[in-house]
Design a protein around this ligand. Structure first.
Ligand SMILES: CC(C)(COP(=O)(O)OP(=O)(O)OC[C@H]1O[C@@H](n2cnc3c(N)ncnc32)[C@H](O)[C@@H]1OP(=O)(O)O)[C@@H](O)C(=O)NCCC(=O)NCCS
Length: 142
């Protein structure tokens, strides 16, 4: 029913699709990232992009990928798309030779549950980069 593809964020049409999904899933809660950095995925239903995710090299943890965004259009929630996108992203992180994937959630039970499902563990980074109530997640992948 859904097809997941790694996409080229520096392509204008792809960047437009990623920006639109970002707008529809994050509203104004997070800044639009530079899609020409890192690795990006789109999940399609037929030809319509319905979810996206991205990973960049971590600025805080050596040799780690930072899972920086994931968003699924509301009408496609509950189909396990975050989990599927995480698997694709981890395969890429392994190919890049990164030792771990790290991420964070803030007041987001659905996303935190997906990190648990995917085998991530809570951890305390040496330099926390977000909010006092943020949960930090890490999965060792090599
Ligand atoms: C977090 C997010 C990516 C999860 O999407 P997803 O892959 O569809 O997640 P799941 O399939 O695990 O479903 C998540 C939850 O949505 C709820 N859900 C499922 N189907 C639903 C439906 N039809 N309508 C409303 N809610 C539904 C359930 O609570 C479900 O959790 P549970 O089944 O574990 O109880 C998505 O909610 C989203 O895009 N949120 C906005 C952006 C965001 O918060 N990104 C993550 C930042 S850390």
């Amino acid at each position: 029913m859904y097809r997941i593809r790694e996409v080229d964020g520096s392509d204008d049409d792809v960047a437009d699709a990623l920006s639109e999904l970002h707008r529809l899933t994050f509203f104004d809660c997070a800044p639009i990232p530079g899609f020409d950095h890192g690795h990006w995925w789109l999940a399609y239903q037929k030809t319509e992009p319905v979810a996206f995710a991205g990973v960049i090299a971590s600025a805080y943890v050596p040799n780690a990928g930072y899972f920086c965004r994931v968003g699924v259009l509301r009408r496609h929630w509950g189909a396990g798309l975050q989990l599927r996108l995480m698997r694709a992203l981890e395969a890429r992180a392994r190919l890049n030779g990164w030792c771990s994937v790290i991420s964070d959630t803030t007041d987001n039970v659905a996303s935190a549950n997906n990190f648990i499902r995917a085998g991530y563990r809570l951890y305390q980074p040496p330099i926390p980069w977000a909010w006092p109530n943020t949960l930090y997640w890490r999965k060792l992948i090599q």
